[in-house]
Design a protein around this ligand. Structure first.
Ligand code: NAD
Ligand code: LMR
Length: 347
């Protein structure tokens, strides 16, 4: 298997999940190992919404019928007296690597990932304060480094050059936009945060972040002013933090939370949970753009299906915003691809 250098496409914090076998050579500098013996509650605080209501999906694998997917969305039958949380027997068998682990996001992310009962070993990599760099190979990667709209196409091009690109296993982490959308809507409508689910599509910068407020669960009515105010706040939330920190960096703890949630979802999918959905920025044919964030179904092999139904029946405001974001997202994607093409090819 071709080895991918940690330095090749991690310009910040990246969590690579899914190595059940010993693919990841551990850094001498950091290694944490632990085991879970007992039944533990699922990592509920990080669990994304499930039971997606959708009318159409485009399947990555091309084999699932709509009916089969709809059946899977209904979730597992609830046993009588079953409590609202579920139990898992932790396998504690997955290795996770955090690249950029010494950074503002990497440090709290490592702590949160360590809490997952599905993780048996956490390998932390950084170029800061280590004596030795090692090559690692990865089975799935989650770049969250900005600008995500370009770094994902960059990662795709680099992986293509190395002959190891699998579009089903490359995700740009946009979970923070969903976390923010859920939080702001819950505050505005006086709802319990855990009940709120707002899909966010497009990309991860400014107007390319498009929260689909009309698809909010539970069903909520917004005035036009509320839609405008919430949409703009969600789109500018990253800048809000950057400005509040006044030059001392961007969102760290909220991003660590969001990334840990995405890692947990990926591990649950790898472990066979058939009811795992997240929004992520991926190679996509949902629109004319080659990369696009939308809700996806995660499975053992990465992206199992793209949930296209959420792009149907948009409000006029959302439809206009979708058309408006496309040129900007297209330009960011093209910049990413051009950036790689200008680099000398390395072995
Ligand atoms: N996707 C999102 O929603 C989102 C949200 C917030 C921040 N971000 C982005 O996440 C990235 C990281 O943010 P941060 O606050 O943790 O930054 P940071 O500068 O505190 O940490 C980055 C770490 O990565 C390390 N690093 C750099 N190059 C490396 C390499 N080649 N291999 C291994 N480690 C390397 C650095 O030494 C540093 O410790 C930034 O690009 C930021 O813009 C994304
Ligand atoms: O890192 C940034 O520039 C902002 C970040 O992407 C965020 O959404 O908080």
């Amino acid at each position: 298997m071709a080895a991918t250098s940690a330095t090749t496409f991690s310009i910040g914090s990246t969590a690579s999940a899914g190595c059940k076998v010993d693919h990841l050579k551990q850094s001498k500098a950091f290694r944490i190992k632990f085991n879970s013996k007992n039944y533990l509650r699922t990592f509920n605080g990080l669990k994304s919404a499930n039971s997606v209501n959708c009318e159409s999906v485009s399947s990555f694998l091309g084999s699932e019928s709509q009916t089969a997917l709809k059946r899977s969305y209904k979730g597992k039958p609830q046993k009588q007296n079953q409590r609202s949380y579920s139990y898992v027997q932790p396998q504690a068998s997955y290795k996770v690597a955090v690249l950029g682990a010494a950074g503002g996001i990497g440090q709290p992310l490592a702590l949160l990932v360590k809490m997952s009962p599905l993780v048996s070993a956490l390998n932390l990599y950084d170029i800061a304060n280590v004596k030795e760099l090692r090559l690692i190979s990865v089975t799935a990667t989650h770049p969250l480094s900005n600008p995500v709209n370009s770094t994902v196409p960059i990662a795709a091009e680099v992986l293509k050059q190395k002959g190891v690109y699998d579009p089903k296993k490359l995700f740009g982490v946009t979970t923070l936009d969903v976390v923010r959308a859920n939080t702001f809507v819950a505050q505005k409508k006086n709802l319990r945060l855990i009940d709120v689910d707002v899909p966010v599509i497009g990309g991860h910068a400014g107007i390319t972040i498009l929260p689909l407020l009309s698809k909010t669960k539970p069903s909520v009515t917004f005035t036009d002013d509320e839609v405008e105010e919430l949409t703009v706040r969600i789109q500018n939330a990253g800048t809000e933090v950057v400005e509040a920190k006044a030059g001392a960096g961007s969102a760290t703890l909220s991003m660590a939370y969001a990334a840990a949630r995405f890692v947990e979802s990926s591990l649950r999918a790898l472990d066979g949970d058939s009811d795992v959905y997240e929004c992520a920025y991926i190679q996509s044919d949902l629109t004319e753009l080659p990369f696009f964030a939308s809700r996806i179904k995660l499975g053992r092999n990465g992206v199992e299906a793209v949930i296209g139904s959420e792009l149907q029946g948009l409000t006029e405001y959302e439809q206009k915003a979708l058309e408006a974001l496309k040129p900007e997202l297209k330009s960011s994607i093209e910049k990413g691809v051009a950036f790689v093409q200008k680099q000398p090819v390395t072995a």
